[in-house]
Design a binder for this molecule. Structure first.
Ligand code: FAD
Length: 292
């Protein structure tokens, strides 16, 4: 039945579906093929009390070690980008890197600073991904979602978002696509230069050679989580194979077989130490997934 909606893999490994490479499993991994199948699939899962989780690239999540007795929905086949003048309609499964490369080829600016974020548009809209003062909502016109089994369009004015947060974290909406209005301000060479510099900065400052899920904590107001963690002498601290990166203290890296438990214990340890020494409670940017 489930394969009416897309490709289904039973008892699937999720190791390649999360960037920490946590070795966990789900009962069904479903790669939906189009939006109407997705609407029907959600209704089917709800009607049959089958739990589900939508995953993009898994680059902002800490999945549980225990297997999921439900369905993980991958939107990797919802990967269409349509460009009409300055308007760009992008499906939720599109990788941000790919979206940014494509709009730049059309000399469209507004998204270039986000071109190094390794997630999908769906994940970016969910968590309001961004870099410094730039964020995914800067040039958004509207977002299409499935809400209560129906496809609806939300205008930007109806969407609440803030630093690494959006109303989608509190809602059960499933993000289908986003429509952007971009600008023709910079030429192709200028845009390519920005991207090149952004990617170089990442290579120099982030431990991209190890599995990780980006910044672990949000930056506190007027401060930096990485600086606070470093000042607490935590660089290199580890629990089994989960390490605080030596390159960037706000990154936890998996040096081999780190489990979800190792990563979560390390997070608690960092939070306790920073709280004791700095009186600041670090708030998680990464999302701890609980199958229950
Ligand atoms: C090396 C590295 C660097 C990073 N740099 C940055 C950075 O500079 N800025 C930044 O903001 N982030 C950064 N991140 C974090 C991450 O890439 C972003 O948060 C990204 O937007 C997450 O997208 P994703 O597709 O991987 O989401 P996932 O991790 O797959 O999912 C995140 C959450 O979104 C939900 N979700 C995903 N898709 C949908 C959908 N279609 N509808 C509803 N819910 C959905 C999931 O259920 C989950 O709760 C970095 C990560 C890494 C590994």
């Amino acid at each position: 039945m489930l394969n009416n909606y897309g490709e289904v893999i039973n008892d699937a490994s999720l190791k390649e579906y999360n960037t920490y490479r946590i070795d966990t499993k789900c009962k069904y991994l479903i790669k939906v093929t189009n939006v109407s199948n997705l609407v029907e699939l959600i209704n089917y899962l709800n009607d049959n009390n089958i739990k589900y989780l939508v995953l993009g690239k898994g680059s902002n999540v800490i999945l549980p070690d225990t297997p999921f007795n439900g369905a993980v929905i991958s939107l990797e086949k919802l990967n269409k980008i349509t460009i009409e003048g300055n308007k760009v309609i992008c499906e939720a499964g599109v990788n941000l890197v790919e979206l940014v490369n494509k709009v730049i080829n059309h000399n469209l600016s507004g998204l270039e600073y986000l071109g190094g974020i390794p997630g999908t548009l769906g994940g970016a809209l969910y968590g309001n991904a961004g870099v410094k003062e730039h964020c995914i909502y800067d040039h958004i016109l509207s977002v299409d979602v499935i809400r209560c089994g129906k496809l609806i369009t939300l205008d930007k004015k109806d969407i609440i978002y803030s630093y690494r947060n959006s109303m989608f974290k509190d809602q059960k909406d499933l993000i289908i696509s986003g429509t952007f209005l971009l600008k023709k301000e910079l030429d192709n060479q200028e845009l390519l230069q920005i991207i090149k510099e952004e990617r170089l900065k990442r290579q120099n400052t982030q431990p991209l050679e190890y599995p990780n899920a980006g910044s672990v904590f949000k930056n506190p107001v007027n401060n930096y989580a990485g600086k606070l963690i470093e000042e607490c002498q935590l660089k290199g601290y580890n629990i089994n194979d989960a390490y605080v990166s030596l390159k960037h203290a706000n990154f936890i890296i998996n040096k081999g077989h780190a489990t979800s438990k190792d990563i979560k214990e390390l997070i608690s340890y960092i939070q306790d130490k920073v709280y004791k020494e700095k009186n600041i409670l670090l708030e998680l940017e990464q999302i701890i997934i609980d199958w229950d």
